[in-house]
Write a protein that binds this ligand. Structure first.
Ligand code: VGL
Ligand code: ZN
Length: 281
């Protein structure tokens, strides 16, 4: 079965081929180089013969195609860039952006439970945060926040290397992350804390709610938009819990990355979320 990444690569290749057919070059651009976006990404690029083609290239990068012919880039007042953001999210007061576990241990290559590509998600998250904030959405963050010993860790009979121990470098947000809203810490009592909404006692199975749903109710959010780490654990569990609680949920695929402890976990997570009514974009 094709993984999501395989599919993205194929789409990208198709865009490249279309580009060479049209006589334009594919250029990869760091997000910072792009012209400022209109609110909600409704920025539309100038087209060369109406044919500026664009494609998407995974976390944090955009693929735009620039006309090869001299002067063609000067069309239409210089708005040549086509943003390859996911479908624009209509942020607003009834929408909350949830930024999941963008902490050093997950998102820094030196982190104890580094998720491949994690460091590339921060710029993406920051752009969403800026848009969300600008439109009156609440931005909420989660942090995995474990005691030094917990059955969550392999050394204590669980699954994972020691990570995100409260107060350590690994548990801190990645320094580049723009933090403009409240944080929900999970796992603080030694529980498994995959979902931002609840933690589960590993030995008794007891599930206890975090403050997240109360926080969302307080701000009047009915929809949550999720990005961060890791797709197949905390992002998935948070999204599924949100659906169970009746929220509309969108997960931004360019803003997440999987641990893939077992091959295929990312695709299974995506299937499970889709089956639960989560929008993936
Ligand atoms: C996570 C594994 C262990 C996550 C947290 O944030 O997805 N994954 N603890
Ligand atoms: Zn953890």
């Amino acid at each position: 079965m094709l993984s999501v990444l395989d599919r993205q690569r194929m789409e990208l290749e198709a865009v490249r081929q279309e580009g060479s057919r049209l006589g334009v070059d594919a250029v990869e651009v760091e997000p910072e180089e792009l012209a400022p976006l209109e609110p909600f990404g409704h920025s539309v690029g100038a087209t060369l013969d109406g044919r500026l083609v664009a494609g998407r290239n995974g976390a944090g990068h955009s693929l735009i195609e620039r006309p090869r012919r001299a002067g063609a880039g000067d069309l239409a007042g210089g708005a040549q860039n086509v943003s390859m953001e996911p479908d624009p999210v209509d942020y607003g007061p009834a929408v909350a952006l949830l930024v999941v576990d963008l902490q050093n241990d997950f998102a820094d290559p030196d982190g104890a439970l580094y998720v491949k590509g994690g460091e590339k998600l921060v710029a993406f998250a920051n752009r969403q945060i800026e848009r969300a904030k600008g439109a009156g959405s609440t931005v909420i963050y989660t942090q995995d926040w474990h005691p030094p010993h917990t059955p969550h860790f392999a050394q204590d009979g669980g699954t994972w290397p020691v990570h995100c121990v409260a107060g350590t470098w690994g548990a801190e947000y990645v320094p580049a992350l723009s933090v403009v809203g409240p944080t929900i810490k999970k796992g603080t009592g030694g529980e498994d804390g995959y979902s931002g909404f609840s933690v589960r006692d590993v030995t008794t199975g007891e599930v206890v709610s975090t403050d997240l749903s109360e926080l969302l109710a307080d701000v009047g959010a009915r929809m949550i938009v999720v990005c961060g780490l890791a797709l197949d654990y905390c992002v998935q569990e948070t999204a599924l819990d949100a659906r169970r609680l009746g929220y509309e949920v969108a997960v931004l695929l360019d803003g997440v990355s999987p641990v893939e402890l077992h091959p295929g976990d990312a695709d299974r997570a995506i299937d499970a979320m889709r089956a639960a009514g989560v929008t993936l974009r």
